[in-house]
Write a protein that binds this ligand. Structure first.
Ligand code: DC
Length: 222
């Protein structure tokens, strides 16, 4: 299998970081299917912690409450269908800035990746969670391209584009400015700008990068 046979005997771990709505999730799912690897959307962890805090009637700024929620997280929490509301967006961003929450989620993410290789996407995968990952991609796109994408996905009213743009800009600033695990490319990450590419083109570009790192064409190949 290419997942453990490429580039020596190391399992293939693909770390994908970048800002919201850059196309990380779509790319990560396709790469996981292609290489036969498990996939973890790490943003869901922060969303699920936020959801637990809100459900308990606690304040997401309360670091003890958020840390307790992070320690109590179960696999079932990640499958909930109410993790992408505007309230959870805001609360997730707050809990993601807290050291205790990040520490509580770190071991789970590492174990997930190291069992048999994996694809993980997030903000700090290549820099903090899996600095040894053999493949690191930093997927970006202009703010305008990302806002237009999010707006199309949500089938929103044309008038909402400005609000979506402002919301993404605010989340970018929060993610990049926070003291702990800020959003930034790892020194050895390959940049992939998806502004002018469709999902197929992003996937093809990623496969080419991964092949250059020594992993072949997917399941069953070298
Ligand atoms: O990717 P997303 O929008 O689902 O992420 C939800 C929140 O979690 C967002 O505020 C960024 C944060 N996050 C993070 O700090 N580190 C990660 N590895 C993934 C997400």
């Amino acid at each position: 299998m290419s997942t453990d046979g490429g580039a020596g005997a190391k399992p293939l771990i693909i770390a994908i970081d970048g800002p919201a709505a850059a196309g990380k999730g779509t790319l990560a799912r396709r790469l996981a299917a292609h290489f036969g690897l498990p996939y973890l959307d790490t943003g869901l962890l922060y969303r699920a912690v936020a959801r637990r805090v809100l459900d308990a009637g606690r304040d997401p700024a309360d670091q003890e409450a958020a840390a307790a929620a992070a320690r109590a997280l179960t696999a079932g929490d990640l499958g909930r269908d109410d993790l992408r509301t505007a309230a959870v967006d805001r609360a997730a961003s707050m809990v993601a800035g807290q050291a205790l929450v990040r520490a509580a989620l770190l071991a789970f993410q590492r174990r997930f990746a190291q069992r048999e290789g994996a694809v993980l996407d997030g903000r700090d995968i290549g820099t903090v969670v899996l600095p040894e990952a053999p493949v690191k991609l930093f997927v970006t796109a202009t703010l305008a391209a990302r806002a237009a994408r999010r707006w199309r996905e949500r089938g929103a009213d044309p008038a909402d584009l400005a609000a979506i743009t402002a919301d993404l800009a605010a989340r970018d600033a929060d993610d990049a400015a926070r003291a702990i695990a800020p959003l930034r490319p790892a020194a050895d990450a390959v940049m992939l700008d998806s502004s002018a590419l469709d999902a197929d083109e992003v996937f093809a570009a990623a496969l080419a990068i991964i092949a250059r790192r020594g992993w072949g064409c997917g399941r069953g190949s070298r």
